[in-house]
Ligand binder design. Structure first.
Ligand code: NAP
Length: 505
C-alpha cells in the first residue's frame, strides 16, 4: 500500500493535496505536527473530508503528531500531544495512529491505546533516527512488535550504502506486518522497493515540509516505478553512482521494462562503497546494473569477467549477471558507434574503415569514442588542451589500433590544426566545452567547416551545441549527443532483458 504524507499547515490544504492524488495512493498520513493550529474536533473529522461520496468507505488515514526530537514539528507539551491523539482517535475516523517506541515502555500512551482499541484504530509503533540506522534494526523490529496487534515501523536516515544494506536485511528477514523505510538519498530505494522487501506500506509526498524529504511524489511512484505492481518476485535493477538522484536512467529503463511485460523495477542507488553495493546486490538478487560516475573503474575488480570494451576503455558502465557471476561491458562504445556507422554506410562505400577522424578531448568519455573508431579501422588523431593527457590516451589505446593509425596533438596549436585538416572526414567533440551552462563556448572556434565533414558532439545538454550548429550552418551532416545516450541505454536495456529471461528460466 502507498500512503501519502501530508504536511501542509491547514486541514483543508491537506485534504486538497490528498484528493489530487487519490488515483495513485491507498491512504494518507496526516502529519498534524505541521498544522498551524490543531482544533481537536476538526482534526477528529479530517478523514471524513476524504470521503468522495456519502456511502464511500473513504481513504485510510494514519494520524501522526511527531515530536521535534523524532524529526517532527510538534513543540508543545507531551501531555497535550497525548490528549490530542486520544481525543482525535476516540472519534473513530482514523484507521491508524502512530505512537513512538518509548511511549509503550513508559506506559504514557495507555489512554491513547485504549481509545484506539475502542474505535478500531490500529497502532503503528514507531522508531525514528536521523543519525544513521541507530543500532541493530532486526532486534529493533522484534522489540517494536512486542505488543499484539501493533504494526512496527522503522523510519531512519541511512548515511551510507552499508546502512541501506542493514535496513534491507532487517526488512527481508522480518516476519509479519512491518514498515521499514529509509529517508534521504541513501534511503530512497527502500521507499520504492517496500513491497519487494515484504513491507506493509510505504510513504511518498508532494511539496513535503519534512526535515528529510520523502523524495518521490505519488504519481511518479505509480507511473514510473509501478509501485502497485511490485511484489516479492519483482526483479530489481539499479543505476549506481554518487550523487545519483539526477540520473535520467530510471525514466529510460522503467517504461521499457513495462513495455516488455517484465516484473522488474529500476531504481537509483547512491553508492559510497562499491563493496557494500555488491553485498546489497547479493541480498536483493540484482540481475543488472548501470554504473556511473565515480564507480565506472572501481567496480571492475568485483566482476567475474569483463569484455574487451572494458579493458580498453578502462571503465565499465553496464553489469549483468549470468550463472557464473557478474560480467562487465561498456555500452558507450557501441552506443557511440551505431549512429555514426549508420551515416557512414550511406556516405562511403567501405563504411567507416579507412576514414580519417579527429577526436577533440582526451577525458573519460573520449576513450570509448577512440576505441570504437580504431576498432572499426578509422585513422584517428586526438587533440586535447592538455597535451600529456592526449599522449597518454593514445599510448594506452594504441594496442587496439590493429588496422588504423592513432596520433595526437595539442588543441588550438598550429600543428594541432594541421592534424585536424588531415583528419576531417569525421570530427567528434568529446570535451565538456559547450555543455550547459557553458553553452556559448566552442572547442575549435578557429576551425572553418567545409561542409564535407561528418560532425558528432557527444554533449547532450543542450541537444544542439554551438559547435554542432556552426557545423550544420556550413552544410555538415551532424549527430547529436542524445543519439549516443539513447544508443548506450538501448543496448543496456537489451542486456537487462536477457538477464531477466535467464533469471526467470
Ligand atoms: P572528463 O573526463 O572530465 O573530460 C573532460 C574533457 O574536456 C578533457 O579532455 C578536458 O581537457 C576537456 N576540457 C574541459 N574544459 C575544457 C576547456 N575549457 N577547453 C578545452 N578542453 C576542455 O569528462 P567526460 O566524462 O569525458 O565527459 C565529457 C563530456 O561528454 C560531458 O559533457 C559529458 O556529458 C559527455 N558525455 C556524453 C555521453 C553521451 O552518452 N552522449 C556519455 C559520456 C559523456 P583537459 O584534459 O585539458 O582537462
Amino acid at each position: 500500500m502507498l500512503f501519502q504524507s501530508l504536511t501542509a499547515s491547514t486541514l483543508s490544504a491537506n485534504a486538497l493535496l490528498a484528493r489530487e492524488n487519490l488515483l495513485w495512493i491507498d491512504g494518507v498520513e496526516l502529519r498534524a505536527d505541521f498544522l498551524s493550529a490543531v482544533p481537536t474536533d476538526a482534526l477528529a473529522r479530517f478523514p471524513q473530508l476524504l470521503q468522495p461520496g456519502k456511502n464511500d468507505r473513504g481513504v485510510p488515514v494514519i494520524l501522526t503528531i511527531r515530536r521535534r526530537r523524532d524529526g517532527g514539528n510538534f513543540e508543545g507539551d507531551e501531555g497535550k500531544r497525548l490528549r490530542l491523539l486520544r481525543d482525535a482517535v476516540g472519534a473513530g475516523n482514523f484507521s491508524f495512529v502512530d505512537l513512538e517506541e518509548d511511549l509503550s515502555a513508559s506506559g504514557s500512551d495507555e489512554e491513547v491505546r485504549r481509545a484506539a482499541y475502542k474505535s478500531g484504530t490500529r497502532v503503528i509503533r514507531s522508531f525514528h533516527s536521523f543519525d544513521g540506522t541507530g543500532g541493530d534494526l532486526g532486534e529493533r523490529l522484534v522489540r517494536l512488535s512486542a505488543l499484539p496487534g501493533e504494526i512496527p515501523r522503522i523510519s531512519v536516515v541511512p548515511h551510507s550504502t552499508r546502512e541501506l544494506l542493514q535496513l534491507v536485511r532487517a526488512s527481508l528477514r522480518a516476519r509479519g506486518q512491518r514498515i521499514v523505510v529509509g529517508m534521504g538519498d541513501y534511503g530512497f530505494p527502500s521507499r520504492i522497493l517496500s513491497p519487494v522487501l515484504g513491507n506493509t506500506l510505504s510513504f511518498c509526498s508532494q511539496n513535503s515540509a519534512e526535515r528529510v524529504e520523502a523524495g518521490v511524489d505519488p504519481r511518479t511512484m505509480q507511473e514510473l516505478y509501478r509501485y502497485s505492481t511490485l511484489n516479492q518476485s519483482t526483479a530489481i535493477y539499479a543505476v549506481i553512482g554518487n550523487p545519483i538522484m539526477h540520473s535520467r536512467s530510471p525514466a529510460y529503463h522503467n517504461p521499457r521494462f513495462a513495455a516488455a511485460g517484465m516484473n522488474a523495477v529500476y531504481v537509483p542507488i547512491r553508492v559510497d562503497s562499491v563493496s557494500s553495493f555488491f553485498d546489497l546486490a547479493g541480498e536483493l538478487d540484482i540481475p543488472g546494473v548501470s554504473v556511473t560516475i565515480p564507480h565506472k573503474e572501481s567496480v571492475i575488480p568485483f566482476l567475474k569477467e569483463i569484455d574487451e570494451s572494458v579493458t580498453a576503455v578502462g571503465a565499465c558502465n553496464t553489469i549483468v549477471r549470468d550463472e557464473e557471476g557478474y560480467r562487465g561491458t561498456n555500452t558507450d562504445v557501441d552506443g557511440f558507434l551505431t549512429p555514426l556507422a549508420n551515416r557512414a554506410s550511406k556516405r562511403w562505400a567501405g563504411g567507416l574503415a579507412g576514414r580519417a577522424a579527429t577526436v577533440i578531448g582526451a577525458g573519460g568519455a573520449s576513450r570509448a569514442v577512440i576505441y570504437a573508431l580504431i576498432r572499426e579501422g578509422v585513422n584517428v588523431c586526438v587533440l586535447n588542451r592538455t597535451e600529456s593527457r592526449a599522449r597518454a590516451v593514445t599510448e594506452e589505446l594504441s594496442p587496439y589500433a590493429r588496422n588504423a593509425s592513432l596520433t595526437w596533438g595539442k588543441l588550438g596549436q598550429p600543428e594541432g590544426n594541421c592534424l585536424l585538416s588531415g583528419h576531417s572526414d569525421i570530427i567528434v567533440q568529446t570535451t565538456s566545452v559547450g555543455m550547459f551552462p557553458d553553452t556559448d563556448s566552442d572547442p575549435i572556434p578557429e576551425y572553418r567547416f567545409h561542409g564535407h565533414e561528418l560532425v558528432y558532439d557527444i554533449v547532450y545538454n543542450p541537444p544542439v551545441t554551438r559547435f554542432l550548429s556552426r557545423a550544420a550552418d556550413c552544410g555538415c551532416e551532424v549527430i547529436q549527443g542524445g543519439e549516443m545516450f539513447e544508443g548506450q541505454a538501448l543496448l543496456q536495456s537489451h542486456l537487462f532483458q536477457n538477464a531477466y529471461r535467464l533469471r526467470s528460466s
